[in-house]
Design a protein around this ligand. Structure first.
Ligand code: DGJ
Length: 699
């Protein structure tokens, strides 16, 4: 049973490998008891009174809590802050009751003096070791209540000395995995851009002594694409408190009579043996519970994207040529990126005017879609719906449709403003325009981009008292728009992009079918970006293009190295195919076809990070489906010792004999036991060398 309730008011939530426990204590408050390896005996969790002498330190700071609230002798970061109409600014609650339905435990708390309720939801995804936390606050009174902070969940880990792994980057340097020891005080991961951003990801990984295949790992990810905040507070009371949710900076939600406010979900996971299990559990969880259908179960197509080939210089002739070449190498979906609409000749103009530029495409998009149909290929388009350029018909017609203060000029980011998505008319305009595009043209795929953060966050239509709710409303409106479009066009596939990986989060995953993880397509940089991404996000969602190298300021690297790197994700091609030699086209064709063969293993299989360049001198990653495996290895440059490597694949059957094929050539046969223990010898001996190895069981 996933949810157990003890007689002594103890709650025990069990997943395959883990347990999470809390109780109602002697004061009627929720006290955290345990998070870790699975324990079945609920009677072992004794709900003994928590004793603490009054003094300088408050009992509420010393106790590990499930729902701390500001103001009530709590001096730590708290998970809830509220202001009642009479000026009272704390939530002094008592446990009221709980219910269980469909593996979800809901605990009701109520303020002892005001008609305010808080529902704590715990959904147990037993099969994938995830506990999903959410909260709902309900105003049962007649007066408005201001919610000034509301985290999705609170939990804690005992002791001190925890290591944090997160992904900390910037544009073009996404998913830089970094590790730090959490010392005293607060460590905060957050975004204040109105979207996820590149600087920190809305997720965390905590451990004391763990590696890929050993050690306990605790992790969490927020399903939110707006301002978020994760606070890890090392208290002096021998525990690390963890809070995660909507960012409370410039946040206020006025809860009117009878209204509710629900937080985004926080997914909490536990792995008893390292990061490998964590990543695979998260990928499985994503597939089963987050990814939208029908795409969740379908492999992603090999796509072509025009961005790096033609940038803004798109036109019928050039795109037709690219389509022809893309068809030759086996591409299945052709995506025309930025530049096709309005007066979009560079990034200074056109955003908001979602009409095909008649000078570039005098016959509309039909020549492209017809040609693609004749090849049995699909068509996709780039859009950036939340934005408008000053130089656009939309802005000239509706200067009021952007976030702005009446008192000041609005700042531009990438020469663009942000549309006020809290307005109904703006939402309707966007839904109408994109619906029209999708209805008039044969479009199977949309890449939804977002290239600036929010500023001057005020709306011409919202009352001033509501201004601080705009950040939250924007994210909700973004979800509403895409959800409406998906209802109108259920077969269309959607890619989330925000200057690369600025919108990689579990909130967006509920609506989108894939992510663009970075604008940086340098194949070597990409290896570490992909590695960082893979810790908590599924490979199926990781678009990876092969692009030109040796031009546009890019390092030159062999095409094979670039191909291998991109085959580690959802393969895409971003090369200027018009400039490729015949041999290069042949190589592309060969590897696109090979990719299609191994695609189910890459996109749906188990992932094992076998070696990482900065640590091991070689990068190696394996994908397996329980039977066979494919493995890619990469070397940046050889040095005295860096030419022959031994990597140890995982998940093989010890007794089975495997045929080891390196790039299609039979090399050797080894038992699973030998490969997993002694290792597979790989030799890479030149700059930017790489290879693909298949491990095929002998029948
Ligand atoms: C940023 C994206 O990340 C790129 O892939 C490309 O679509 C450009 N925007 C287009 O402006």
């Amino acid at each position: 049973m996933a949810i157990l309730i003890g007689e002594n008011n103890v709650f025990l939530l069990n997943t395959k490998n883990g347990s999470y426990s809390f109780c109602v204590d002697q004061e009627g408050l929720l006290r955290h008891l345990y998070w870790g390896s699975r324990i079945d005996a609920i009677e072992d969790f004794k709900n003994e009174p928590f004793v603490w002498e009054q003094g300088f330190h408050s009992i509420y700071d010393v106790k590990r809590e499930e729902c701390s609230s500001f103001g009530t002798m709590r001096f730590k970061e708290t998970s809830f802050k509220v202001a009642y109409a009479d000026g009272t600014r704390d939530f002094r609650y008592r446990y009221v009751k709980h219910t269980i339905e469909n593996d979800e435990l809901t605990v009701l708390l109520e303020d002892t003096a005001f008609p305010l309720q808080m529902y704590l939801h715990y959904k147990v995804h037993e099969d994938v070791d995830i506990i999903e936390k959410r909260r709902t606050v309900k105003n049962c009174g007649n007066e408005v209540v201001s919610v000034e902070r509301l985290h999705s969940g609170e939990c804690s880990l005992p002791g001190a000395g925890w290591n944090l792994k997160n992904f900390n980057g910037m544009w073009n340097s996404d998913f830089d995995a970094y590790e730090q020891k959490i010392m005293g005080g607060k460590t905060v991961l957050e975004s204040l851009r109105g979207a996820t951003g590149h600087v920190a990801n809305p997720s965390f990984i905590l451990y004391q002594n763990a590696g890929e295949t050993y050690g306990e790992v605790y992790y969490g990810a927020l399903a939110w694409s707006g301002n978020f905040k994760i606070v890890l507070e090392q208290t002096p009371y021998a525990y690390l408190n963890i809070l995660a949710g909507i960012n409370d900076t410039d946040f206020e939600w006025r809860l009117t009579a009878g209204a509710t406010l629900e937080t985004p979900a926080l997914y909490l996971g536990y792995s008893p043996d390292g990061f490998d299990r964590m990543s695979n559990a998260m990928a499985e969880f994503s597939r089963r519970y987050v990814m939208p259908q029908p795409m969740a179960d379908q492999p992603l197509s090999v796509l072509y994207n025009s961005w790096e080939a033609t940038y803004f210089d798109v036109n019928e002739q050039a795109q037709l040529q690219l389509i022809e070449k893309a068809a030759q190498i086996g591409v299945e979906l052709f995506v025309m990126d930025d530049g096709w609409f309005g007066q979009r000749h560079n990034d200074h103009a056109g955003l908001g005017d979602w009409h095909v530029n008649a000078a570039k495409f005098p016959n509309g998009l039909a020549p492209l879609t017809q040609k693609l149909q004749s090849y049995g290929m699909q068509f996709g388009l780039w859009i950036e719906p939340e934005m408008v350029n000053r130089d656009s018909d939309l802005y000239r017609a509706h200067p009021d449709w952007i976030y702005h203060y009446a008192s000041r000029p609005v700042m531009e980011g990438r020469y663009q403003y942000m549309l006020d998505l809290t307005r109904r008319d703006v939402q309707q305009y966007l839904i109408g325009e994109i619906d029209r595009l999708l209805t008039e043209n044969d479009i199977s795929y949309i890449k939804w981009d977002m290239n600036r953060g929010m500023s001057e966050v005020a709306s011409a239509l919202l009352d001033r008292s509501e201004s601080k709710s705009i950040w939250y409303r924007h994210t909700k409106a973004f979800y509403h728009i895409i959800q409406s479009l998906k209802a109108l066009h259920p077969k269309v596939e959607w890619e989330a992009c925000a200057s690369g990986g600025g919108r990689v989060d579990y909130g967006a995953m509920h609506y989108f079918d894939e992510f663009w993880p970075s604008d940086n397509t340098d194949p070597l940089d990409r290896l570490s970006i992909q590695e960082g991404y893979s810790y908590l996000y599924p490979i199926k969602y990781m678009r990876a293009w092969v692009t030109d190298s040796g031009s546009n300021g890019k390092r030159a690297m062999p095409l094979l190295f670039r191909l291998h790197g991109s085959m580690c994700g959802a393969l895409g091609i971003g090369l200027n195919l018009n400039e490729r030699t015949e041999e290069e086209m042949e190589l592309l064709k060969k590897y696109v076809s090979l990719y299609k063969e191994i695609r189910p293993m890459i996109q749906f299989g188990q992932l094992h990070r076998l070696a990482s360049l900065p640590v091991d001198g070689v990068q190696a990653v394996q994908y397996e489906n329980g039977k066979e495996s494919v493995l890619f290895a990469f070397l940046d440059h050889p040095s005295r010792w860096r030419t022959v490597f031994s990597v140890r694949p995982r998940g093989l059957d010890a007794k089975t004999c495997y045929r080891v094929e390196i790039e299609g050539q039979l090399q050797q046969k080894y038992s699973g036991a030998f490969l997993m223990n002694s290792g597979l010898p790989i030799s890479l001996n030149h700059d930017y060398a790489s290879c693909m190895v298949r491990l095929l069981p002998e029948s």
